[in-house]
Design a protein around this ligand. Sequence first.
Ligand SMILES: N[C@@H](CCC(=O)N[C@@H](CS)C(=O)NCC(=O)O)C(=O)O
Length: 208
Amino acid sequence: MIDLYTWSTPNGRKVSIMLEETALPYRVHPIDIGRGDQFTPEFLAINPNNRIPAIVDQDGPEGKRFQLFESGAILLYLAWKTGRFLPRQATAQFETIQWLMFQMGGVGPMFGQAHHFLRAAPEPVPYAIERYTKETRRLYKVLDGHLANHEYLADEYTIADIATYPWVARHEWHKVDLADFPAVERWYDTIGARPAVQAGMQVPKKTG
Ligand SMILES: N[C@@H](CCC(=O)N[C@@H](CS)C(=O)NCC(=O)O)C(=O)O
């Protein structure tokens, strides 16, 4: 059994999509980051960086309890554990890791900053809005150029697609019209049609 500590955000949903895709049994522990649940001593013992997602695999390597944070590391671990969504062949594997790193180092942080300055900053900061929305569009252009000639980010559907999808799903938040990036839109519709993706995007379930 895997314990998943998550919230209704793109980084959390990467992991719930992967758990749904691999059909590993898991339990959801909602960590309400708006309320500050990520700062409790119990959660900090799992992720000292006070961010979701994190997992505890009760049946980790060598049958021992294993805890892990950072969504990219969790996706790699679950791919290792199940042998799925990370090709074994060397070039295909490193191309997958390349696009996963592109998501972790580019898409996530830059879209995240765009969201912050467009939606959450206490006062408008035009320089920051311009910087992060421009960088977001630049990243879409890179994705669009690649996806114009490739069905998926790597040769097949992988953890790189799983990592990127929930961020593109927030395209309205960062004010991107997918019609401007037709290859991304085609890819987005393909990924979004997968039942496991649809299920993973509903985690954690809304309460109240
Ligand atoms: N690089 C981390 C980023 C995780 C992250 O930024 N999580 C956000 C939600 S998407 C969070 O927990 N924020 C809580 C906080 O900043 O206190 C990962 O990919 O796991």
